[in-house]
Design a protein around this ligand. Structure first.
Ligand SMILES: [Zn+2]
Length: 209
């Protein structure tokens, strides 16, 4: 804990002054992020660090596996759906980015379900990766290659799930919202994006928009 207390002291002394004006403006005018990002809870994947973004740039929701539950009107507590609703319908973001990553524990656990047999919430949540697991196994890849394939297939599944939200589908179709699937490579810092027309992942540096 002392590391965190010291961290905040350090932030207030050295970092906050650099952003003080911007924070004040964001309080007075409210936030107007252009992008909503769905990232994994993994402590090694820090969206603002890897994208060099500032306060006010990204509306972020993080969950285990950067999964997107399909649209549902059930009366459960829907954290990710709430963030999508607010980001899309209130903040009017023009971009939604799903930021997957290599060495994702959630994707690995899909292949070792016994690890979550006594963890009811995780067991249920990981069902959102079942299609990805099946698709990855069908490639006949093994070991780390199987896991990298699972992470990629999962990203595609989660992008599909975004389109089950009527408001997202409507805005994508009228061109006011764009969906992006990115994979962050923890070992190199590089990002690849999913090109849905080519059906493959390419370096983000080569993206045209
Ligand atoms: Zn992860």
């Amino acid at each position: 804990m002392s590391q965190l207390l010291e961290g905040n002291l350090n932030f207030r002394k050295n970092t906050f002054p650099k952003y003080a004006k911007e924070f004040l403006r964001l309080v007075q005018e409210g936030q107007t992020p252009k992008a909503l990002l769905i990232g994994c809870s993994d402590s090694r994947v820090i969206p603002d660090l890897v994208l060099n973004t500032k306060p006010g740039d990204l509306f972020i929701v993080r969950n285990v596996g950067n999964f997107v539950p399909p649209y549902s009107l059930s009366e459960d507590f829907h954290a990710t759906a709430s963030a999508l609703e607010y980001g899309v319908s209130v903040l009017n973001v023009s971009e939604i980015i799903i930021l997957g990553h290599t060495h994702c524990g959630a994707c690995a656990t899909l292949h070792s379900p016994e690890k979550v047999s006594n963890l009811p919430h995780l067991k249920k949540w990981l069902k959102l990766g079942e299609v990805a697991k099946t698709n990855a196994i069908a490639t006949k890849k093994q070991g780390e290659e199987l896991l990298r394939a699972t992470e990629r297939f999962s990203l595609i599944t989660q992008l599909d799930n975004l389109l089950t939200y009527p408001e997202i589908k409507k805005r994508v179709e009228n061109g006011s919202l764009h969906l992006h699937g990115w994979i962050f490579d923890i070992e190199t810092g590089a990002i690849e994006f999913y090109d849905s027309e080519l059906g493959k992942f390419l370096p983000l540096d080569s993206a045209t928009e």
